[in-house]
Ligand binder design. Structure first.
Ligand code: HAM
Length: 418
C-alpha cells in the first residue's frame, strides 16, 4: 500500500472541524481589522526565496523543496508566504494608487525539516502582512491582533516575545561588536556557524545547536545598539502594547530564522507544545519590497503555525460536525423515490438530512441513524405507503407521530425548523 510522504499528513473528518473553527475565527478577526485575502501560488522561482529569506538561512540552505521542471526552470515549493506576497504586491503594482495594503493568506508551506511533534514538512500558516505603514502603531496592532486571536480561541498559555533588530543605520555597529565577540568563541561554534559568521553573523545567534547556544549566551544584544529612530520606534510599540494590556516579554536573544527582518520582531511562544514552542512569528521587513524591485516600502507581518495552534487547542477543545436533523429510513424502490425527493427538498432548504441509498434492512438503517446522531428518523416502508402516512420518530424522546405523504416535504420542513 502506498503511504503518504514522511512529514506530510491528512487532515481527516473529525479533525478538520477544529481547523475550520480556527480559520473562521481568524478570517473574521483579520477582516474586522481591515485585512483582505490574497491567494498566491504554492510554487515560485527559487530565486525569490533565496533572495528574500536569505542564502545563509537554514530554510534556504537545507530545507527547500527545489527542483528543475521539464522546461529547465528552478522552482521551489514555498517555505513561507511573505516572499510571494511581496512579489505579488510589486508585480501588480499595488503600491501605485495607495501604498497601504493589508493582506492575509492561509495555506500550506513546505520545509524539509526533521519531522517531529509540531514540525512537519507540509504545514499550514495563517499569514498576515501590511505594506506601506512605517508607524509603530501597526506593529502593536498586529501583536495585539495575535493576542486577540489566541484569546478568542481560548488559548491562554501564550507569551509574546519581542525584540528589535535595528535598521541599516544601526545594524553595522552591532555587527562589528558581534563579529568581535564571535572571534573569541570560534572554537566552540558548529561548522554551519563558522561558515556563516563572517557573511551573516546574526545567523549564529539563531543556531539551534546547544554548544553554539552556550557559546553565544553572553554575546552582545542588538537592542543595546539601536539608533535613536529605532529606539523611539520600539518604545512606541512597547508602550502601545502596555496600554492595550498585551503581555509581552523583551527577548534580547530573539533574532528569527529569516534574513529580511528589521526593527520589531516577535514570536508567540507556548509551553503547551514541548520543543516546538513558537506558535507564531513575525516582524518588520522594511527593506524587502525595495530589495525585490519595488519602491521603498515599509512592511510588517506574521505567520501563525496553524498545525501547532490546532495541537494546542485540541488539548482543551473538541469540535464535531453537526449531526443530521433527520434520517430517512426507506424500504423498497417506491419508498426510496419519496425519500429521495424529500431529502433533496430539505437539503435545498438548508436542513441536514441523510438517507440510505442502498437496500438495507430497517434494523441496519436505524443503526446507522443512531451512529450519525440523527435527531429524528422518518420511517417509510410498504405499509406507510399503503396507509399514506409516514412515521416520524424523535430519537431522544422516542415519541412517534404520523406525517401524511401528501405534502410530506413541506410539513417536515416546517416541523424540523420549529
Ligand atoms: P516562521 O517563524 O518561519 O516565519 O514561521 C512562522 C510559524 O510557522 C512558526 O512560528 C511555526 O509556528 C510555524 N512553522 C514553521 N515551520 C514549521 C514546521 N516545519 N512545521 C509546523 N509549523 C511550522 C515565517 O514563515 C515568516 N514568513 C512570518 C512572517 C510573515 N514574517 C513577516 N511576515
Amino acid at each position: 500500500m502506498i503511504q503518504l510522504i514522511r512529514g506530510f499528513k491528512d487532515i481527516l473528518p473529525g479533525e478538520v472541524e477544529l481547523w475550520q473553527h480556527i480559520e473562521r475565527t481568524a478570517v473574521d478577526l483579520f477582516t474586522t481589522f481591515g485585512y483582505g485575502e490574497i491567494r498566491v501560488p504554492i510554487m515560485e522561482k527559487t530565486e525569490l526565496f533565496a533572495r528574500s529569506i536569505g542564502e545563509d538561512t537554514d530554510i534556504v540552505e537545507k530545507e527547500m523543496y527545489t527542483f528543475t521542471d521539464r522546461g529547465g526552470d528552478q522552482l521551489t515549493l514555498r517555505p513561507e508566504a511573505t516572499a510571494s506576497i511581496v512579489r505579488a504586491y510589486i508585480q501588480h503594482k499595488k503600491y501605485a494608487d495607495d501604498p497601504v495594503h493589508k493582506l492575509f493568506t492561509i495555506g500550506p508551506m513546505f520545509r524539509r525539516e526533521r519531522p517531529q511533534k509540531g514540525r512537519y514538512r507540509q504545514f499550514y500558516q495563517l499569514d498576515v502582512e501590511a505594506f506601506g505603514i512605517a508607524a509603530p502603531y501597526i506593529d502593536a496592532q498586529m501583536i495585539h491582533m495575535l493576542h486577540l486571536l489566541f484569546e478568542r480561541l481560548g488559548v491562554s498559555q501564550t507569551e509574546a516575545h519581542i525584540n528589535s533588530l535595528g535598521c541599516p543605520e544601526c545594524r553595522p555597529h552591532f555587527r562589528e561588536a558581534l563579529l568581535q565577540f564571535l572571534a573569541g568563541v570560534e572554537g566552540r561554534l558548529c561548522s554551519d556557524c563558522l561558515r556563516r559568521k563572517d557573511r551573516n553573523p546574526l545567523r549564529v545567534l539563531d543556531c539551534k545547536v546547544p554548544d553554539c547556544r552556550d557559546a553565544v549566551a553572553d554575546a552582545p544584544a542588538i537592542i543595546d545598539y539601536l539608533c535613536t529612530d529605532c529606539q523611539d520606534h520600539f518604545k512606541t510599540v512597547t508602550q502601545s502594547l502596555t496600554r492595550l494590556k498585551v503581555p509581552f516579554f523583551l527577548d534580547k536573544r530573539l533574532v528569527r530564522g529569516l534574513d529580511y527582518y528589521t526593527r520589531t520582531t516577535f514570536e508567540i511562544q507556548t509551553t503547551l507544545l514541548g520543543a516546538q514552542s513558537a506558535v507564531a512569528g513575525g516582524g518588520r521587513y522594511d527593506g524587502l519590497v525595495e530589495a525585490l524591485g519595488g519602491p521603498p516600502t515599509p512592511a510588517i507581518g506574521f505567520a501563525v503555525g496553524f498545525d501547532r495552534l490546532v495541537e494546542v487547542l485540541a488539548q482543551s477543545l473538541t469540535i464535531t460536525a453537526p449531526s443530521p436533523v433527520l434520517y430517512i429510513a426507506a424500504l423498497g424502490e417506491e419508498a426510496k423515490n419519496v425519500a429521495f425527493d424529500c431529502a433533496i427538498h430539505l437539503g435545498q432548504a438548508g436542513l441536514r438530512v441523510e438517507m440510505e441509498y442502498g437496500d438495507k434492512s430497517l434494523k441496519a438503517q436505524m443503526k446507522r441513524a443512531n451512529r450519525l446522531g440523527a435527531a429524528h428518523v422518518l420511517i417509510l416502508g410498504e405499509s406507510e405507503l399503503a396507509t399514506g402516512n409516514a412515521v416520524l420518530r424523535n430519537m431522544a424522546t422516542k415519541a412517534q407521530s404520523d406525517f401524511p405523504l401528501d405534502g410530506l416535504a413541506n410539513a417536515l420542513e416546517t416541523m424540523l425548523r420549529g
